[in-house]
Design a protein around this ligand. Structure first.
Ligand SMILES: *Cc1c(COP(=O)(O)O)cnc(C)c1O
Length: 414
């Protein structure tokens, strides 16, 4: 019997759940793109975007997905013959490196595998070895959405600074912005890219590149930057169309305005704490399930686990069967395993992921976990009993949430 009829839950790591406020804001006829409300609204959005990124720097908005934002960021600071250093901790580092290759940029990749964070000392070592300064930027993924690993960008910056190497620190925050603690200026990130469809709760289609003065100086040295990706007119527009290099993405902008209102209202500290607490509830359930069965969290150390996405392994064929069961019988779509494989499961069907980014609250996470527990039961997959109860204890209990305090910044109020 299917119990899927009702409100569906797309519990994948992007696109994320869209708030009613965002949907309602987008449901309108075409607005005037020359003057009036839309034009005023966009100018007013810039400070809110900078608040979410915790930066006094600048922001350029593009009509594109995360891949476009990757290319946009690169196109402004590196070109043919330059080198970028990529400490990869899963699929997304390789993806960004591939974009660089497409621009004729050499890539030097340090592969940290699928279960461990990047080691800032090894990045520093590579920079020290680069005596003729061919490396122009380090491309680091904050949260790798495939492995659900979170890297410590502040520690990476400190290690880079100790080398005296001038490479820019560029961060991919597509999965983490608006979910996990991130402080662009305090952590010394020079360029940050993100997209609209994850923590920002808007449909896919907007890409953002934030950059500071160091990155702007590097841009000024570039011999050539492709017109469409050039961040100068977009971040310092004289005319409204320059914000977008053409027609404004009208409806996305209304959606984004509504999402930024929600973020402002809740406040970043509360948002980070909410994600942290919900993530801990998920881990607690997974620990119980795994205590008497094959389920494991991909990342063993809680200190480096993402608060926005969780990768799990159930083993083939259980992973794919569980995804099928939750979608068809309970109305919950789980994320596929991405970039994972095992000798007896080359396409990684034994892995799956939970997206818990953005517009997600306690009842949704308890519902998600309850459905997964029911699925394990229905499919006869051995598992420890009481995962949902353990999650409820985290959500109901007063245990303080331990965010990763290694990085700079205040402790978010619970
Ligand atoms: C989703 C994601 C991307 C790519 O975004 P698209 O919109 O799919 O192009 C890049 N990096 C990270 C970390 C992501 O989570």
């Amino acid at each position: 019997m299917s119990l899927a009829q009702g409100r569906p839950y797309l519990a994948i790591p992007g696109p994320s759940v869209m708030p009613e406020e965002v949907l309602r804001a987008m449901h309108r006829s075409s607005p005037n793109i020359y003057e009036g409300a839309l034009v005023d609204m966009v100018r007013g959005m810039v400070p809110d975007l900078k608040y979410v990124a915790q930066t006094e720097g600048r922001v350029a908005i593009y009509i594109c997905n995360g891949h476009g934002a990757w290319e946009a960021a690169l196109a402004n600071v590196v070109g043919e013959g330059d080198t970028v250093l990529v400490p990869a901790t899963g699929r997304f580092g390789f993806g960004w490196a591939d974009m660089a290759n497409g621009l004729g940029v050499e890539t030097q990749i340090i592969d940290f595998g699928l279960k461990t964070p990047l080691d800032p000392d090894r990045v520093a070592e590579a920079l020290r070895a680069d005596t003729d300064r061919r490396i122009k930027a380090v491309l680091a993924t904050h949260v790798d959405t495939a492995t659900s690993l979170r890297n410590d960008l502040a520690a990476l910056r400190r290690a880079m600074d100790e080398t005296g190497h001038p490479a820019l620190l560029m961060a991919d925050c597509v999965a983490s912005l608006g979910c996990e603690e991130f402080r662009m200026d305090a952590w010394g990130v020079d360029v940050m890219v993100t997209g609209s469809q994850k923590g920002l709760m808007v449909p896919p289609g907007l890409g953002f590149v934030f950059f500071n003065d160091r990155a702007a100086a590097r841009r000024a040295e570039m011999k050539r930057v492709s017109r469409y990706w050039d961040w100068v007119p977009r971040s310092e527009p004289e005319f409204f169309y320059q914000f977008f290099g053409g027609t404004a993405p009208t409806h996305h902008l209304y959606g984004l305005r509504a999402a930024l209102d929600l973020i402002r209202e809740e406040g970043l500290d509360a948002i980070w704490s909410r994600h942290a607490r919900l993530a801990r509830a998920i881990w607690a359930a997974a620990d119980v399930w795994g205590s008497a069965g094959p389920l494991t969290l991909n990342i063993a150390d809680p200190a480096v686990r993402s608060h926005a996405v969780t990768a799990l392994r159930l083993g083939a064929p259980h992973g794919a069967r569980l995804r099928e069961w939750t979608a068809n019988s309970a109305g919950v779509t789980l994320g596929i395993g991405l970039g994972m494989s095992e000798p007896d499961d080359p396409s990684g069907t034994g892995f799956f992921r939970f997206g818990h980014m953005g517009h997600v609250n306690a009842h949704m996470i308890l519902g998600l976990l309850g459905v997964v527990e029911a699925g394990l039961q229905a499919l006869d997959v051995p598992h420890g009993r009481g995962g949902v109860a353990a999650a409820a204890e985290i959500i109901g209990g007063g245990t303080p949430v331990l965010l990763n305090r290694a990085a700079a910044g205040g402790i978010p109020a619970e």
